[in-house]
Design a protein. Structure first.
Length: 460
């Protein structure tokens, strides 16, 4: 009988691999049945209000729009070393289980050094066991941004990370169990400083994407063997925004490719993205920020394909947020927030980051509608007053309840998104104008820009 997702559980696949003595049975079968994605990351915000250096998880069906788990709180936090992590990397091992590697660093004290990586084991990312740190080298330098892959030629895993041996390079250690590792070797040192490598094996080619510290761009290199010092850069430099680092490669479940880049600083947009149908070419196309939404406050993570059962298990174990955010359709780097009790759309990220978080509750004047209750000022709701939107406490009056009630409709500019019609002024819709929120009369015949101003994506 052919192996199917219904016929084999994760544990059964691991048992089958052990019984046959063939590594890769579980991994290959699970990869063929992946229908969703998981992401690991840590969090930071401009002034540090949302900084958390534990392991965070999010899930997605399309690898574009992400839902944070555990209310965007960490699912596990290091208990040794510097008591914090950055740059978590999730790898599916050959038996179908997972290992998590992460930089041993809490906060932004980049002058501190650690010779270690944090490591956890996990069957399905609903629990993490075997916490340990592994020593990667004896140099007086950092051990940053690990990535790992199965090196079939060696029959071992390779762990690649950023370090400095007089120049910023990538080092590599090999391991069979993520407990003991070989001596480090220089893996990639192209004659200029490099940072933040991600490695993916596709067929007979190993791809290494990295940041060039000389010019600040992301590049891709490749090798027919994946051996140390065997890579040749083959792409043009990639950058969006003012600065970018931490390239993150993902082969989609449909066979395409995505490349994500983390902004250099939490005061800028947190992620940029590109796509291509073939990683072998030099044809990465930038994605519009309208097309993707990273997890709230996420920084330098990794993404991996998961099965339906794993996706469901993650959601059931960790739960999804009880709040939402509203993303502007035509200004997709901006989110609805309150500031000085006025409704606005402002570029993300900002602090307090909770100003953009809303509980979407049944309409105060009509439960068929919706009202937006502030998460950080509970009991306060978005309402219109003289057509302008502001945040006020519920005073219990019928007028307030009506002013704070909206009816969700298909987006006026995009039916896949949402628009919100005023309850007591039913020809008027919530929209932004000069970055401020108000209600204005709109219909299908309104100007395209007005319809776009009144269209939002409900996201987490």
């Amino acid at each position: 009988m052919p192996l199917t997702r219904r016929a084999f559980t994760l544990g059964a696949l691991s048992t089958a691999a052990a019984a046959t003595g063939v590594l890769g049975v579980g991994r290959a079968a699970l990869a063929a049945s992946n229908t969703a994605y998981a992401m690991a990351y840590f969090t930071e915000t401009p002034s540090g209000v949302g900084a958390d250096y534990g392991l965070h998880l999010a899930v997605s069906r399309d690898a574009l729009n992400w839902t944070p788990l555990n209310r965007n709180n960490p699912v596990v936090t290091p208990t040794a070393g510097q008591l914090g992590l950055r740059d978590p990397y999730v790898l599916r091992r050959q038996d179908g289980t997972f290992v998590v590697l992460a930089t041993d660093l809490k906060g932004t004290n980049f002058g501190s050094t650690s010779q270690y990586l944090h490591v956890w084991d996990s069957t399905d990312l609903t629990a993490f066991t075997g916490y340990r740190r592994i020593r990667m080298h004896t140099l007086d330098t950092h051990t940053w941004a690990p990535a790992a892959f199965w090196d079939a030629a060696r029959g071992q895993y390779a762990i690649v990370y950023s370090a400095n041996n007089g120049r910023d390079v990538f080092l590599v250690n090999h391991t069979s169990d993520f407990r003991t590792v070989s001596a480090p070797q220089v893996y990639f040192s192209p004659g200029f400083g490099v940072l933040d490598g991600d490695v993916v094996v596709d067929g007979g080619t190993t791809y290494l994407y990295y940041k060039n510290l000389a010019d600040g761009y992301l590049y891709g290199a490749r090798s027919s063997t994946g051996a140390p010092n065997s890579f040749t850069t083959y792409t043009s430099g990639l950058r969006q925004g003012n600065a970018v680092e931490a390239p993150l490669l993902l082969r989609t479940n449909e066979g395409g490719w995505r490349l994500w880049g983390d902004s250099f600083s939490p005061v800028n947009n947190d992620y940029y993205a590109w796509s291509t149908s073939s990683i072998a070419g030099n044809s990465w196309a930038p994605l519009n920020q309208r097309d993707y939404t990273p997890p709230l406050n996420a920084k330098h993570g990794s993404m991996i394909g998961v099965t339906d059962a794993e996706y469901t298990g993650l959601v059931n174990r960790w739960g999804t947020p009880d709040w939402v955010r509203l993303k502007s359709s035509n200004l997709p780097d901006r989110y609805v927030r309150h500031a000085n009790r006025l409704g606005r759309v402002d570029p993300y990220p900002f602090d307090p980051y909770q100003d953009q978080m809303w509980r979407l509750v049944p309409g105060l004047a009509d439960p068929a509608g919706v009202s937006f209750e502030s998460v950080n000022l509970p009991g306060n709701y978005l309402r219109h007053y003289d057509y302008a939107i502001r945040l006020d406490p519920d005073d219990g009056t019928a007028t307030f309840r009506a002013d704070a009630t909206f009816h969700r409709t298909a987006g006026l500019a995009d039916a896949a998104w949402s628009s919100f019609r005023s309850h007591n002024f039913p020809t008027r819709y919530l929209r932004h104008y000069d970055y401020r929120l108000r209600i204005d009369p709109l219909d299908a015949g309104s100007a395209a820009i007005d319809r776009q101003d009144a269209t939002f994506r409900i996201t987490a």
